[in-house]
Design a protein. Structure first.
Length: 300
C-alpha cells in the first residue's frame, strides 16, 4: 500500500521519506539531496534565501554558512526597513580577500558601472574586513554626485573597528573651489566631521571614540546630519552652495582632484553610499549593520 509519509525503505510512492534514493520523494532527507548554495542541506528545490543575497554570495564566492546567513539577514532587514531601495552601493567586506571585498551588495557585478571597488595601495584583507595602511591605500567606488547621487540627498557610512587621534579621511571627493564631500576624523582634533560641497555646509561633533558605524549626509537642501551608531550627533540647516563634486568617491582616503590624499588607518568592516536617510532610517540601518557584524563576531 502507498504511504503518504514513509519512514522506511519499503514505501514506493512516499510523498515524504526519511531514507535515501526514493524515486517519488517530494522532500528527501538523505545524502542524495546534499547540494545547496547555502552548504550541506537535505531540502529539495530552490535553496532558501533572498535573491539579491544569493546573487552576491555567488559573485563573491562566499562559502561560509555563517557569512551566507549574515548576508541574507542583512538584505532582508534592509528591505524590511524600506532602506534597500535607497542604497547605491553597499560594501560588506565579507569573505576575507580583496577579490571578495570588492563587490557591491546592491549590484554584485565586476564592473565600474556596478560600483565594485578597485583597491589601490597597501590593504590587508581578512575576515574582519579591510585594513588600509594609512600611506597609500584607497578604494575607488566609481560613485559620483555627478553621475548618480543627488546634490541634496545622500549618505556616506564607514564602519570602523578602531580609533585614532590623527586627522584622516574615511571617504569622499573634492574638486576645485572648495566643493567637496568628505567624512573625516579629527578635523579639528577629536571631531567627526562631514562636509557637503562647501565649508559653509560643514558639520562636526566631538567624538573621542571613532569605532562603530560613522555616517553623515543630507536628507534635503536644508538638512545635514552626522551620526555614530545610528545616533544623531549634530544637525545643521546650512544650505548647499556650489556644484556637486565631479570625482568618484574614494574609501580610505579623499579623492583630491583625482589623487588620493589624507589616508586613514582605521580598519573598515562595512561601507555604504546611498540617498539621504531620515534619523529613523539611520537608526534602523545601524541596527541591521550591527546585527550583521555581530553574526560575524566582529562587532564593536
Amino acid at each position: 500500500m502507498a504511504n503518504t509519509i514513509g519512514w522506511g525503505q519499503a514505501a514506493v510512492n512516499n510523498t515524504i521519506d526519511w531514507g535515501k534514493g526514493k524515486t517519488n520523494n517530494t522532500i528527501g532527507w538523505g545524502a542524495i539531496y546534499s547540494s545547496s548554495p547555502y552548504g550541506d542541506t537535505d531540502l529539495v528545490g530552490t535553496p532558501p534565501g533572498d535573491a539579491d543575497a544569493l546573487a552576491f554570495i555567488s559573485a563573491a564566492a562566499i562559502t561560509s554558512p555563517t557569512q551566507k546567513s549574515a548576508i541574507d539577514k542583512l538584505v532582508v532587514d534592509l528591505k524590511g526597513y524600506g532602506i534597500w531601495s535607497k542604497m547605491k552601493a553597499i560594501y560588506p567586506f565579507v569573505g576575507g580577500t580583496a577579490a571578495q571585498h570588492k563587490f557591491n551588495l546592491k549590484n554584485p557585478v565586476d564592473s565600474d558601472a556596478a560600483f565594485r571597488l578597485v583597491f589601490n595601495g597597501g590593504w590587508t584583507h581578512s575576515s574582519n574586513g579591510a585594513l588600509p595602511n594609512g600611506t597609500n591605500a584607497y578604494a575607488n567606488t566609481f560613485v559620483s554626485h555627478s553621475s548618480i547621487l543627488p546634490l541634496n540627498s545622500f549618505n556616506y557610512g564607514y564602519y570602523s573597528r578602531g580609533t585614532s587621534t590623527a586627522f584622516s579621511e574615511l571617504m569622499g571627493s573634492y574638486e576645485l573651489n572648495l566643493r567637496y564631500t568628505q567624512l573625516c576624523v579629527n578635523d579639528p582634533a577629536s571631531n567627526l566631521t562631514g562636509d557637503a560641497f562647501s565649508i559653509s555646509s560643514r558639520i562636526s561633533a566631538v567624538n573621542l571614540n571613532f569605532s562603530g558605524l560613522l555616517s553623515y549626509g543630507r536628507l534635503n537642501a536644508n538638512s545635514l546630519s552626522i551620526y555614530r551608531n545610528g545616533n544623531v550627533l549634530n544637525t545643521s540647516v546650512a544650505a548647499v552652495t556650489g556644484l556637486a563634486p565631479v570625482p568618484n568617491v574614494y574609501i580610505g582616503a579623499l579623492n583630491y582632484l583625482g589623487n588620493a590624499s589624507f589616508f586613514t588607518t582605521l580598519p573598515c568592516a562595512f561601507s555604504h553610499i546611498s540617498d539621504g536617510l531620515t534619523d529613523t532610517e539611520a537608526a534602523n540601518y545601524y541596527t541591521a549593520v550591527q546585527t550583521f557584524q555581530t553574526t560575524l563576531s566582529r562587532n564593536v
